[in-house]
Design a protein around this ligand. Structure first.
Ligand SMILES: Cc1cc2nc3c(=O)[nH]c(=O)nc-3n(C[C@H](O)[C@H](O)[C@H](O)COP(=O)(O)OP(=O)(O)OC[C@H]3O[C@@H](n4cnc5c(N)ncnc54)[C@H](O)[C@@H]3O)c2cc1C
Length: 406
């Protein structure tokens, strides 16, 4: 059995950054990353953006070139899935029965796409967008596709809709709630994106309940709605969130449920096991200490950096400012802070100009901003979020008032 001083499970954003930061902090012990995908770590955001659009080759979305890992003596154990963790023996087992010992385990396994539970969910032509393989499969079917139904009006579904529309496909977006982006954004932002997609020819259906996927010869031919309407299509894309990949850890006794619970330093309840990234359920100071999981590159990288510091003798709590971005058409959305629990919003600038910000307030204090084509607000608004400032809403609403002066 090979043993590594630090074994990282998951060759995604968090796992890669943990290894990078450990070496940057002069960690000299042995490090390996076990990942179930065949590839070395690559960036996931382009999968629903320029990589899907065919504007970026795979090599350009690698987090680091292959030589980088070899030069730093970070072993890449790709194509292996960890199925069991033995915390007492400090050992993991992979699907093919191989075992690896560890001094410290860093669990960075992200999540897998939530799938539909209705009939037809597993037909050919039904796709998720989480891995390179997902997108290659989907791209391989595009030539024979003219109509696409996207199930889920979250960021990934909307980004895919924007790309596929640009590629000339006829796209329908089905959202179960009464507005797109309902779980992550305030109503003015939802309505803005809904209108943008409609203006680009996307058929956005709200309050839509999917009954099943219609089929012929094992292939999806349409999506049937609860009211009986069938939307014919050659391709279905499902973007309804992820299920955190934590089953082996929970089976080993770690506390958790919707993710694995971690403390301020990303330690799980099992000794010598940390968890970071999409799968880490943590008390976030920007959510007033509520236990949440964040699904963003920022969270993955900053948790990884915090753990790398702790493991190199600089115990560090994770309390980075959350930020996120989304590209749709020529719109660049940048968000800072967490808008959950807001009790008021202020729209700054005119959405019709396609450059504006939505400021989220809770009891008069700024907790988050969503900035559309408004980089300056995004950069300057950060301080308002960090310091929980309470400027007058009229000032916030006036684009002539520079945020950094508030
Ligand atoms: C299409 C798409 C677009 C996105 N766009 C944005 C964006 O614009 N901005 C943004 O901030 N964030 C975006 N995100 C979210 C961001 O990519 C994730 O938050 C980030 O990848 C999380 O990093 P992670 O390391 O926790 O998980 P991942 O990057 O998912 O890496 C986890 C890895 O672990 C592997 N794994 C799982 N279980 C096991 C196991 N048992 N054994 C071995 N390996 C395992 C997985 O296959 C995967 O390779 C996007 C995500 C997707 C899918």
């Amino acid at each position: 059995m090979t043993r590594y001083d630090i074994l990282i499970v998951g060759a995604g954003h968090a796992g890669a950054q943990a290894a990078i930061a450990l070496r940057q902090n002069k960690y000299e012990g042995s490090i390996a990353i076990v990942g179930d995908e065949p590839e070395i770590p690559y960036e996931r955001p382009p999968l629903s953006k320029d990589f899907l659009a065919g504007e970026k080759p795979f090599e350009r979305i690698l987090i680091r070139p292959a030589a980088f890992w070899a030069e730093r003596e970070i072993a890449m154990l790709t194509g292996r899935r960890v199925v069991a963790v033995d915390p007492a023996a400090h050992r993991v087992t992979t699907t093919d029965g191989e075992t690896f010992g560890y001094g410290t385990l860093v669990w960075a396994a992200g999540g897998s796409p939530r799938s539909l539970i209705c009939s037809g969910h597993d037909l050919a032509g039904v796709h998720a967008i989480r891995t390179r393989a997902d997108v290659e499969r989907l791209k391989g079917e595009l030539a024979a596709t003219s109509r696409v139904v996207v199930i889920g009006g979250g960021y990934i579904g909307l980004e895919a809709a924007a790309v596929l529309t640009k590629l000339g496909k006829q796209v329908t977006v089905l959202e179960a709630l009464d507005r797109v982006l309902a779980r992550v954004a305030g109503e003015p932002l939802s309505r803005f994106y809904e209108a943008e997609h409609r203006a680009h020819g996307v058929d956005v259906r709200l309050d839509a309940t999917v009954e099943c996927i219609a089929e012929r010869d094992g292939r999806a031919t349409g999506v049937r709605l609860a009211d009986g309407e069938v939307l014919p299509c050659e391709m279905v894309i499902v973007g309804i969130g992820i299920v955190p990949a934590v089953a082996p850890l929970l089976r080993a006794g770690a506390e958790g449920g919707n993710g694995v619970k971690v403390d301020a330093q990303c330690r799980t309840s099992l000794s010598d096991i940390f968890a970071i990234g999409d799968c880490a359920l943590h008390a976030n100071p920007f959510a007033e200490g509520a236990e949440i999981r964040l699904e963003s590159v920022q969270n993955a990288n900053d948790m990884a950096n915090a753990v790398a510091k702790t493991l190199t003798g600089m115990p560090t709590d994770y309390h980075a400012v959350p930020w996120f971005w989304s590209n749709q058409y020529d719109l660049r959305l940048q968000t800072v802070g967490l808008s959950m629990g807001h009790d008021a919003t202020v729209t700054r600038g005119d959405p019709a100009s396609r450059s504006f910000s939505l400021v989220y307030l809770k009891q008069g204090r700024v907790i988050a901003l969503d900035c559309v084509n408004a980089v300056r607000d995004y950069v300057q608004g950060r301080t308002l979020v960090v310091e929980r400032k309470s400027p007058h809403p009229a000032q916030l609403a006036d684009p002539a008032v520079v945020l950094k002066e508030l």
